[in-house]
Write a protein that binds this ligand. Structure first.
Ligand code: SF4
Ligand code: SF4
Length: 147
């Protein structure tokens, strides 16, 4: 009989403690937002997939010189790019820059090793897809689309 009342007392006490926690949180400021109707500003340190920085001062609107440093240093082997020689143009002209974002760990090596600051992190976070290929990005085409 004694155990029966101890159990009721313990259960009641735990219920009251739980209700007090709920009541306290009820009067605290709301810290969540109703995404996607509301969004919060991104942290300056946020890293989305890399992209070729657009530079209006360059004839090709980007700073990549096709040196392949990023491709060589990427630990996940997710960069594949190609440059070609064109008549009358000094150095190589970038003709393809593919990023396989499914393998990217966002380690930042490619951004750090680039000698011309041609790469940066995007602010993109709404990435959805049904196939792996949906996360294969053509970074050169992205720069050209902005033209
Ligand atoms: S951030 Fe790292 S893993 Fe991703 S592409 Fe650059 S070097 Fe490769
Ligand atoms: S390291 Fe920079 S300049 Fe060199 S290929 Fe990569 S993005 Fe282009």
């Amino acid at each position: 009989m004694k155990d029966y009342f101890v159990e009721i007392f313990t259960g009641g006490k735990s219920l009251i403690i739980g209700m007090l926690v709920t009541l306290r949180e009820f009067f605290r400021p709301v810290v969540t937002v109703q995404y996607p109707r509301e969004t919060l500003p991104l942290s300056p340190n946020y890293r989305g997939h890399t992209y070729l920085v657009r530079d209006e001062d360059k004839p090709l609107k980007h700073r990549c010189i096709s040196c392949k440093m990023c491709e060589r240093e990427c630990p996940s082997d997710c960069i594949s790019l190609r440059g070609e020689k064109r008549e009358g143009v000094k150095g190589l002209v970038l003709v393809s820059y593919q990023l396989d974002f499914t393998k990217c760990s966002l380690c930042g090596t490619c951004v750090e090793v680039c000698p011309t600051d041609a790469l940066d992190y995007s602010n993109e976070y709404r990435q959805v897809g049904f196939r792996r290929e949906d996360f294969h990005y053509d970074l050169l085409a992205m720069v050209e689309e902005e033209k």
